[in-house]
Design a protein around this ligand. Structure first.
Ligand code: FES
Length: 88
């Protein structure tokens, strides 16, 4: 089974998190910070640090490390707050 990440199909095992699948596919970062645009990916891996945020099926600010991947999900990298028009 797969989900979509940008223009790529990512293989995922049943029950696997989006973050684990992205790491297995070779990604190390998929978010940029709102002030500096610095790259972020998995840091804590347990849902605490919020470094791994992605947009899932149009919903921004989903923690990739604790969000289970489902077939057909559309996952996008996230820049800043993930909300267009917010400049924090
Ligand atoms: S890696 Fe820390 S919340 Fe996901």
């Amino acid at each position: 089974m797969t989900f979509r990440f940008g223009d790529r199909e990512i293989a995922v095992e049943p029950g696997q998190s989006i973050g684990a699948a992205l790491l297995a596919a070779g990604y190390r970062s998929w978010r940029t910070t709102r002030h500096d645009g610095a790259p972020r990916g998995i840091f804590c891996g347990i849902g605490v640090c919020f470094d791994c945020l992605v947009t899932v099926n149009g919903r921004p600010n989903q923690r990739a490390c604790v969000t289970e991947a489902h077939p057909g999900d559309r996952v996008e990298p996230q820049e800043g707050t993930g909300h267009a028009g917010l400049a924090c």
